[in-house]
Design a protein around this ligand. Structure first.
Ligand code: GDP
Length: 250
């Protein structure tokens, strides 16, 4: 499979712009809105090798990952495609980029820890995930969804151990504390500081789909990680009216 990718015009001037500006959330959200299903595969070796930066979303099932992806991309059903029969234990890739030029990939790794899944399938899926997270060459960032009411689960801890060497080598890492609307302000502050200690130098953000909390911050961070060599497009204006996320009914 071939996809069109954009050149990377890194110059001292753009590096300076990057260092001194922050991208507009409108630009970051407009970019995320371009997400399109690219491919799905049961294992890493079936995925096309790609050169554009890849950002992987992971988390235990029910953590709020699909809702978060749909909210960030302002597409009601995008991540729920990953929950279709046959894809629940697949690596699902979505392309991102304006004007049909793919400049990054968003990867949805379906949730782990779902009680009803047979043990052998759980173990197989953990191996597929670990293999992807450790060896996917263009992987630039991992976003771990965590419901702060439950904190990190045992499998989250295993995942952190698996990716730690890559994070120490520069892989970006973000913990999204989902469903923040379920916590009081004091509980949010506490959850944030506890997770900052656990995240091993990674970023941590509070997120709520119904309250639209943290959306711009997370979008901006992902844009910056996917475009390390580009100037910040702080002046660009192509707003995308945000659609409401999938009903957050829990
Ligand atoms: P996934 O299994 O990690 O993809 O989780 P889902 O996105 O399907 O969400 C699991 C449940 O949590 C659903 O009932 C969602 O409506 C709910 N949920 C997800 N995000 C939020 C949120 O920000 N706030 C609230 N209150 N509920 C949420």
């Amino acid at each position: 499979m071939t996809i069109q990718t954009s050149p990377s015009p890194a110059t001292p001037a753009t590096a300076l712009a990057q260092a001194t500006q922050t991208v507009s959330p409108v630009v970051a959200l407009g970019w995320l809105h371009t997400a399109k299903f690219l491919t799905t595969a049961p294992q890493l070796h079936f995925l096309p090798p790609l050169e554009v930066p890849e950002i992987a979303f992971v988390g235990r099932s029910n953590a709020g990952k699909s809702t978060c992806i749909n909210t960030l991309t302002q597409q009601k059903q995008l991540a729920f495609a990953s929950k279709k029969p046959g894809r629940t234990q697949h690596i699902n890739l979505f392309s991102l980029g304006k004007q049909g030029v793919t400049d990054a990939i968003l990867t949805d790794l379906p949730g782990y820890g779902y009680a009803a899944v047979p043990k052998a399938d759980k173990i197989r899926w953990q191996q597929v995930m670990a293999n992807y997270l450790v060896t996917r060459e263009n992987l630039k960032a991992i976003v771990l969804m965590c419901d702060p009411r439950h904190g990190l689960t045992e499998l989250d801890e295993v995942l952190l151990d698996v990716v730690r060497p890559r994070v120490e080598e520069g892989l970006k890492f973000l913990v999204v504390l989902t469903k923040a609307d379920k916590l009081t302000r004091a509980e949010q502050t506490k959850a944030l500081s506890i997770m900052k200690l656990q995240a091993g130098g990674g970023e941590v953000r509070l997120f709520s789909a119904p309250k639209r909390q943290g959306i711009e911050e997370v979008a901006t961070l992902l844009w910056q990680w996917a475009h390390p060599d580009l100037p910040s497009a702080a002046t660009a204006t192509d707003p995308v009216p945000p659609e409401s996320a999938e009903d957050a009914t829990e």
